[in-house]
Structure formats: structure tokens, C-alpha cells
Design a protein around this ligand. Structure first.
Ligand SMILES: Cc1cc2nc3c(=O)[nH]c(=O)nc-3n(C[C@H](O)[C@H](O)[C@H](O)COP(=O)(O)OP(=O)(O)OC[C@H]3O[C@@H](n4cnc5c(N)ncnc54)[C@H](O)[C@@H]3O)c2cc1C
Length: 429
């Protein structure tokens, strides 16, 4: 997961339009393996391949395969219990058997996927179905694309509105288990949203840095003007903190056998999705400003990055949904409190901003209020990233982040020595 996270970030830096099918296919693999082992065996090579195979053939005959996800209906994306799509058994009523699916999905990204995992109601509750685009005999499944969405960004990745008219889907897991199964998939895709936003931010900063080094203003490159240097260094510092947390999180995802690491992944995935995806929009705007007027024009990449950025904080559960999820995790798993204690006590005394913030957070955690969940999520991100940097980064860098993130009086940012190092690490020549 750590190597994959690094590659996913690089993928986002190069081209974000193809991240959605990559993340959904990756997240679908464990579900398919656990609940439709025969289909998994038939499709495995194509699903693991990095080829895009556009042939109109049943899955088993293709060299590259994609899987999408269909939960959201018109009346609710967060509240999937309001789904109206229905499923009836075509024969035997059992997991792994084919069912007839009738209904719609209002957001159905990558409609060219070879299959989607969708939610539909049986008489026993909301259930998960594997809905291939082509049936095993090669005929089309009864899935009708009504139209493609006109989106703000993410336009190179199609998202459709679809109707199922007596389509065929194979039941995955037990009836009524659908939300639980798709939320498991959602954990992974939420992590990828944070990685994707981080990659887009890295791209934006590298474009800004490149420009700042070339552009001469009043006889000197922009990157050597003290005010601009500080601005770029603060951005680079923000990325250092995000990278540290994301790769720590990837390590937690890699160790499902460890209860502590599983809990870390469960708690800090929504924290990272909330805080990093939310930070992306102002970050790209600031990078745009570095380029001046041309940053606002399509010749620079920044307008496209700017339009792309909000999607990661909306899909796979929007900001508030992440914050409510964090509250749920804290309530459902009391061991979270011991985990936080362990994380933050391990760096006690290393930085006064961290010590003070941890004291305040501990009080807040005694009676967390729903209306304060956004502040809580943000604080958890700042503290967790600060704690990791205090453990692994050079002290001036860690201290600069602690001050920038946690000193309520508005810290100035890195000094010149650190700024030079940060900009070098961020790719300055
Ligand atoms: C480009 C794009 C592609 C997408 N692709 C897919 C796809 O392939 N498959 C799929 O299933 N879905 C897809 N979606 C849908 C996406 O997952 C949903 O839009 C998202 O989950 C939010 O659901 P909603 O639009 O119904 O908003 P709502 O559920 O109506 O939420 C609206 C707002 O209210 C907030 N909110 C919700 N509940 C609460 C609460 N209790 N307290 C406070 N605030 C709350 C939310 O955080 C959100 O900000 C896609 C969306 C986009 C933008």
C-alpha cells in the first residue's frame, strides 16, 4: 500500500482524469474475490493489468478490465437507504446467483466499465450486486445510459445517469449486507481521494515553482523575492506534512492484522480525506496567483487543476459525512482514545504547540458535539501530521509545521535556511 500510494500520487500529478477507474477497480478486487470467486478467477488477470482494453467483449476475454460503483440515486447519495432500485431473484435466491435489477443511478462514473458494483433493495434490505456490461453470452446487459453529466471538472472521466431495465446482477454477500460491503470499498476509495488531491497539489506547486524560477520581476526571479519565497515555502511545508501523514496511513492500511494499525487506518482515512481534499482548493488558487494573469488562462494547467480539485471532497462521502464518520469511529471504538494517547504522548515535550493542542483536544474528545465535528477533524489532521513529522523529519521542519498548523497567533512560516531546503525538495532547480 505504501508503494501504491506513492504511485497513485505520481499518477495524480501526471493526469488525474484516469484516477477514478483505477481507484474503483482496485477497491472492488477484495469484494469480488471474497463474494464471487469464480468471476474473480476469470477476471483477475484483466483487473490487475494496467492496459485499457476497449474491446466490446465479455470480461474473461479482455486484457484490461475496469469495475465501477453505483450507489447514488436522485433522492440521495449520502442517504443510500432511500435507494429505490429493486432486485428480484431470477431463480435460486442465494449469494452468487443472478437477480433482475430495475431502477436507476444518478451518478454512475466510468460507464464504459466492464462491470459495476451496485446497491439495490431486495425484500430483505439493501444488497450489493455485480452488474456486468455484457452478459456471459456476449449480449448487452439491460443498462441504458440516459445522459452524461456536464461536470465542472473531471471531464475526461465520464459520469453518467443510467436506468436499469430488467438488467441482470449477481448477488454479492448476503441480502441486506450491501451498505456494509460497499462501505468497505469506500474506505479504500476515500484514502485515494486524499492521495489524489495531494498529487494535484504537488502538481500545482511544481508549475508555480517552475514559473517563479523563470519569471524575472524587478531584475530578480520571482522565486528569489522574499515574500514569494515565503509563500512557496509555506506551500511546500504543507505538502511535507500531508505526505508524511498519507504514507503513515498507507503503512496502517498495509497491516490489517494489527488491531492498532487497523484502527489508525479507520480513524485517519476520513480525517485525511476531509482535511487534504478541503485544503486543495485554496492551495491551487494560491499556485495560480504565483503565475499572475497567465495562471488564470487555459494555456497554463492551473484552471484545469482548479476545476478538478473540488471533486475529491464531494464524491465518496462529502466533508460533513467524513466528520460524522470520525465521530462514529470515536464512539464505536473506545480503543481510539488509547491510540490517540499513544500517538501524541510519544512526542510529548517535543513541541509546545503540540502539547497545548493535545491537551485541548483531549477535553474536546470527552463530549464531542456533532456541530463541532469539522473543527475536530481538522485538529486531528494537524496534530497527527505534526506528531509524525516530530518523529521522522528534521527538527526545524517539524517545528515549522507545528507552528504553522497549531499556533493560533498565525506563525510566519519557515526561515530562509529551511525555505531553501523545502523549495529544493519540492523540485526547485
Ligand atoms: C463527478 C462525480 C462522480 C460521481 N460518481 C459516482 C459514482 O460513480 N457512483 C456513485 O454511486 N456516486 C457517484 N457520485 C456521487 C457522490 O458520491 C455523491 O454526490 C456524494 O456522495 C454526495 O451525495 P449527494 O450528491 O446525494 O449529496 P447529499 O447526500 O444530498 O449531501 C449534500 C451535502 O449535505 C451534507 N450532509 C449529508 N448528510 C449530512 C448530515 N447528516 N449533517 C450535515 N451535513 C450532511 C453532505 O456532506 C453534502 O455536503 C459522483 C459525484 C460526482 C460529483
Amino acid at each position: 500500500m505504501v508503494a501504491r500510494a506513492a504511485r497513485f500520487i505520481l499518477h495524480a500529478q501526471a493526469e488525474a482524469g484516469s484516477l477514478c477507474p483505477v481507484t474503483m477497480t482496485h477497491a472492488a478486487l477484495p469484494l469480488l474475490q471474497a463474494h464471487l470467486p469464480a468471476a474473480y478467477a476469470d477476471w483477475r488477470a484483466g483487473l490487475l493489468s494496467d492496459r485499457y482494453d476497449a474491446h466490446h467483449l465479455p470480461g474473461g476475454q479482455k486484457r484490461g478490465l475496469l469495475i465501477g460503483m453505483g450507489m447514488t440515486e436522485k433522492q440521495g447519495g449520502t442517504d443510500v437507504l432511500t435507494n429505490t432500485t429493486r432486485a428480484e431473484p431470477l431463480g435460486v435466491r442465494a449469494p452468487g446467483e443472478p437477480w433482475r435489477i430495475t431502477g436507476h443511478k444518478w451518478f454512475f462514473s466510468v460507464p464504459q466499465s466492464d462491470a459495476h458494483l451496485i446497491l439495490a433493495h431486495t425484500s430483505r434490505g439493501l444488497s450489493c450486486f455485480f452488474l456486468p456490461r455484457l452478459l456471459p453470452d456476449g449480449t448487452r446487459n439491460a443498462l441504458r445510459i440516459e445522459q452524461l453529466k456536464e461536470k465542472l471538472g473531471n471531464r475526461s472521466n465520464a459520469s453518467a445517469e443510467v436506468e436499469f431495465q430488467d438488467a441482470t446482477g449477481w448477488l454479492m454477500g448476503e441480502e441486506g449486507e450491501g451498505v456494509r460491503l460497499l462501505l468497505r470499498m469506500g474506505g479504500m476509495t476515500r484514502f485515494d481521494c486524499a492521495l489524489g488531491s495531494h498529487g494535484l497539489m504537488r502538481r500545482a506547486l511544481s508549475v508555480a515553482l517552475h514559473h517563479a524560477q523563470q519569471r524575472q520581476v524587478m531584475g530578480k526571479p520571482l522565486s528569489e523575492q522574499p515574500l514569494m519565497r515565503l509563500q512557496l515555502a509555506r506551500q511546500a511545508l504543507q505538502l511535507e506534512a500531508q505526505t508524511a501523514l498519507l504514507l503513515r496511513l498507507a503503512r496502517a492500511w498495509s497491516a490489517p492484522a494489527s488491531e492498532t494499525e487497523r484502527l489508525y487506518a479507520r480513524l485517519f482515512t476520513p480525517v485525511a480525506k476531509f482535511a487534504i481534499c478541503r485544503a486543495g482548493m485554496p492551495f491551487v488558487a494560491e499556485s495560480m496567483e504565483v503565475l499572475g494573469g497567465i495562471g488564470y488562462c487555459e494555456q497554463s494547467e492551473l484552471p484545469r487543476l482548479y476545476r478538478e480539485m473540488p471533486v475529491n471532497s464531494i464524491w465518496e462521502g462529502s466533508g460533513n459525512v467524513m466528520c460524522l464518520d470520525i465521530l462514529r469511529v470515536l464512539q464505536r471504538y473506545p480503543a481510539c482514545h488509547a491510540l490517540l494517547q499513544q500517538e501524541f504522548e510519544a512526542v510529548r515535550g517535543a513541541n509546545r504547540h503540540v502539547d497545548r493542542s493535545w491537551r485541548q483536544l483531549r477535553l474536546q474528545l470527552r463530549h464531542p458535539h456533532e456541530a463541532q465535528a469539522r473543527d475536530l477533524a481538522q485538529e486531528l489532521f494537524w496534530l497527527a501530521s505534526a506528531a509524525i513529522l516530530l518523529k521522522v523529519a528534521e527538527p526545524p521542519l517539524a517545528d515549522a509545521w507545528c507552528a504553522l498548523a497549531l499556533d493560533g497567533r498565525g506563525a510566519r512560516g519557515p526561515d530562509e535556511t529551511l525555505a531553501a531546503r523545502l523549495l529544493l525538495r519540492a523540485g526547485a532547480a
